[in-house]
Structures are given as C-alpha cells and as structure tokens.
Design a protein around this ligand. Sequence first.
Ligand code: 7TS
Length: 401
Amino acid sequence: MDVLKLRNDFPVLRDNPNLAYLDNGAMALKPDCVIDAVDNYYRKYGCNVHRGVYKLSYEATDMYEKARQEIADFINAKAEEVVFTRGSSASLNLVASSYGLNNIKPGDEIITSELEHHSSHMPWFNVAKIKGATIKYIPLNSEGRITVEAFKSVLTDKTRVVAITYVSNVMGYITPIREIIKLAHEKGAVVSLDGAQAVPHMKVDVKELDCDFLSFSGHKLCGPTGIGVLYGKKELLDNMEPIEFGGDMADTVRRDSQTYKATPYKFETGTPIIAGAIGLAKACKYLEKIGLDNISKYEYELKCEAVKELKKIPGVKIYNETAETGIISFNLDGVHPHDAASVFDNHDVCIRAGHHCAQLITTWLNTIGTVRASFYFYNTKEDIDKFIKGVKEAKDFFGGF
Ligand code: 7TS
C-alpha cells in the first residue's frame, strides 16, 4: 500500500498539505474517482431512472442498477438484498420501523448495548415503548467490551431482536459478532448489525456473518453523502412492509387497494439517490483495489503508534488502549474535550470531541465526552506527529495538567 500515492487521489489532502485529517469516524474524504463518477452522471445523464422511455434514461438506469450490483458484491450480497437509503441512521430506522413495529409483541425482549450509536439504539427503544417490549443491555466488561459470555447472560427464549454495533464509534472495539449471531439465531432472534464503522475499514461478508440486516453509510467509506445501504436477507425483506409510500415503489394503485414493487424497490420511495449510488459503487471499487485487509492492518498500526506516543504524556487518559481498529478515545485531565479540540484545530489537526452520538457509552465511561482521533488508510506517521504536538500544546495552553 503506497500511502503517499494514495493521498494524491484526494483533492482535500492535495490542497491542504498541512492538514492532519483524523476525523474519519465522522466522515471519510473523497478521492477523485468518486467525485468524477458523480460529476459524470450529472454532466452526461442528469435524468431520472426507472421511468424515462428514452435512451438517456435507460442508460442512467443501467448505471444505477450496476452500482447496486457492485455494492452487493462488495459485501457478498445479492443485488435485490441491497436497499439504498440516506445512510446508516435511515437504514437502522427502516429495520426498526418495518420489521420491529410489525413483529415485536408485548413481553418480547430486544437486546442491545451501551456501545451503540444513538441511531442503532434509539429506534429500538421507541419500538419497545410502543409495543410494550423490554430492552436488555449486554453488560460490558471492565474495558467496555461486549463479550460472548455477557451476551449469553441476557439472551433468553423471549429475545426477538439483537440490535448491535459491529465496531463502536467511540471505543473502536470489534464485537465478537459471529458467535453472537449464531447464538441469537438458535433462539429465533434476528440480528440488526450496525456496520457504519466496520464496512469502510475491514472485509465484511454478510453470507459469512449470516447477519439478518447490515446498515452502513456511503460517506464513511469515501463515497458521497446522502447515500447508505440496508442489506437484508431476501426472505426477511420480502415479508416486510414499506415505511414510506408513493412514487416508484408502487405497483398497482386503485381506490380500494394498493400493491408494491418487489424487494428492494418497495423500500425506495420517490426519485432515488442516483448520483450517490453511482459514487458509492466507485468508492467500493476503490477500497477493494487498495485491499480491505491492508486498510485494517495499516490503521491499527497507526493507532498503536499514536497510543504509544500518547502514553508518554502525563495527564492523558486513554479509554480504549486495546482497540483493534484505528480509533482512539481519550481526555486530557481537567480539560473539556471541546476546548482540547479547538487547540488541535489551531494546528490543522481535525478530530472530533463530545459524546459522538453515543451517550450511553460516555455515561458508562463517567465522562461528558471524549476527544477522538480516527485513522484511515491515507493518514501517515506525520499526522501522528502533528496530533501528538497538538496534545502537548493543549497541555501547555491549559496550564500543564
Ligand atoms: N452507527 C455508527 C456506529 C456510527 O458511527 C454512525 C455515525 C452512525 C451509525 C450514523 O451514521 P449516519 O451516516 O447516518 O450519520 N457516527 C458518527 C461519528 O462517530 N461521528 O460523526 C458521526
């Protein structure tokens, strides 16, 4: 993996050579090939799909459906199992609103965890409230991890759904998901996996995992904003009701009846996110070329190097030293995470601070928030140097905690 060559694919990095972009957990930067794919659609096609009876629209439809197939290949799914959404939040909500509201009954149990992003946990909290079901939290171990043993301790015959993250956006831990999915299936429960922080960084194969649903966002894997994916097993999607109704998803509409198109179209109401899908397919190809295994290995190395340097600075509390991914969450003694982040900004280091839309885990950590550095394949040792310099300057600035 030639990182310096790869960096050159990114206009933001070319235009800002001093920038250390370490906010990849929030969003990844976009390479030329993705921007060009979006640009090409708007310049050369710019028309709608699935409805025009003219060549230009047929071609745009082909591009859009080819994108679906390529994205399906990326996660080893079938094209009809890929529903385009606005992003992870929309995908996770779709599962809860469609599968959840139609299948959960009073007394049923939904297992989730305190490592969830709000978008994974809150839709099920809502379902539980409406349907009279119970939410059960997997007890985290002393490091804040989900273990298989802890999962077993909350799994019962009443478990109907497991809504769980694959990689935590705050702690960067990888959930032991294969075992959990197997155990959940033995009880007849379905698993809604939040892949927002996993799919961009490691090889994810839905067939191998046997997950029932997988949600992820395009913008975190070098794709455009406004596009995401809900993967669902075909037999589940086929039996689910749409949650939005109208254009393009309808089959027949009469005064006293309405029917819908087949999966996945029945979930894609209105004009779809055409440029987004085309750009996302290009991003998947781009990442595949680099190699997902190379990406995860490299990010982990960067994280280990940064942790080693951080540990030399007194007053730095790292919350997730053993994370297997490229995410570091930490705080500086006595310094509000947002204050620390503004010092980093003065040094052209982009990081995120706060609760990261995961208040259950920041509460568990007994803090109002953390400072988070999150790496991607285009980050370098120089970025780490700038980051560590930022930590030292913050320490000096706030009075050498
Ligand atoms: N799930 C996880 C694990 C996430 O990290 C995020 C976004 C989402 C769901 C929601 O994704 P969206 O594309 O619908 O917004 N996480 C973050 C983050 O950590 N910093 O900014 C956004």
